[in-house]
Design a protein around this ligand. Structure first.
Ligand code: SF4
Ligand code: SF4
Ligand code: FES
Length: 234
């Protein structure tokens, strides 16, 4: 089948603004948007730039805006997309670097601010590990599937308005450690979370939930974090 992709092209060295360019490609049944971009790069324009690695929804590097919605290019089959030509653009909310690649530095900085690692000054109770029950671990199963693709933060209107807002991906990570029974880092994370650029910047618009490829209920997690902060305070 033939498909036309309308792809965002931007070269900072040209001094010109970004523009949409149409490419028509022949694709086999089941081909993904990432396959289509590979076809363009291999046979039509080798200068096209985009990120990808695993091609299987694991590394999180191929997130982009496809037909107006943040998705993983490697998981999005071309024939599943209604609107034609298929619009392929970089993740919104971040500075474009080239073509479909954006500068994710603010995303990583915000993530780092939540201290996304286990904090516990005490030695483990056994010489091997800090045990957890299956019920305790159940709280972590969903947030741990995050592949840090940035789709959620990129779709969040609160992040568009305030780049120092932690954003849903960083808050998902904060939830993962704050609701880990082995962690004792609340005292160190509290000021970052209980802050106008932290939890309270979330206005429950829920764009993040809608675009997460792992179906993480981020808004629900943010509500649990808000509850924890309020309970500790009062
Ligand atoms: S629910 Fe909160 S974090 Fe998610 S998109 Fe809306 S404002 Fe952003
Ligand atoms: S929470 Fe979901 S959308 Fe956000 S970075 Fe993780 S996997 Fe991507
Ligand atoms: S290439 Fe790794 S998630 Fe798409």
């Amino acid at each position: 089948m033939q498909y036309t992709l309308r792809v965002y092209r931007y070269d900072p060295e040209s001094g010109q603004p970004g523009r949409l360019v149409d490419y028509t490609v022949e694709l086999e049944k089941g081909a993904t948007v990432l396959d289509a971009l590979g076809e363009i790069k291999a046979h039509q324009d080798g200068s096209l730039v985009y990120r990808r690695s695993c091609r299987s929804g694991i590394c999180g590097s191929c997130a982009m805006k496809i037909n107006g919605f943040n998705r993983l290019a490697c998981e999005t089959q071309v024939e599943s997309l209604g609107r034609k030509p298929i619009h392929v653009e970089p993740l919104p909310g971040f500075k474009p670097i080239k073509d479909l690649v954006v500068d994710l530095e603010p995303f990583w900085n915000n993530l780092h601010r939540t201290l996304p690692w286990l904090i516990n000054p005490n030695p483990p109770p056994t010489d091997k590990e800090r045990p957890q029950s299956p019920e305790e671990f159940a709280w972590l199963e969903m947030p741990m599937t995050c592949i840090l693709c940035a789709s959620c933060t990129s779709s969040c209107p609160s992040f568009w308005a305030d780049r120092t807002y932690l954003g849903p991906a960083a808050l998902n990570k904060a939830f993962r450690y704050e609701f880990d029974t082995r962690d004792q880092g609340f005292g160190q994370r509290r000021d970052t979370l209980d802050n106008r650029h932290g939890l309270w910047r979330c206005h429950t618009i829920m764009n993040c939930n809608d675009c997460c490829p792992k179906h993480i209920r981020i808004t629900e997690e943010i509500s649990w974090l808000k509850r924890k902060v309020v309970e500790e305070k009062y």
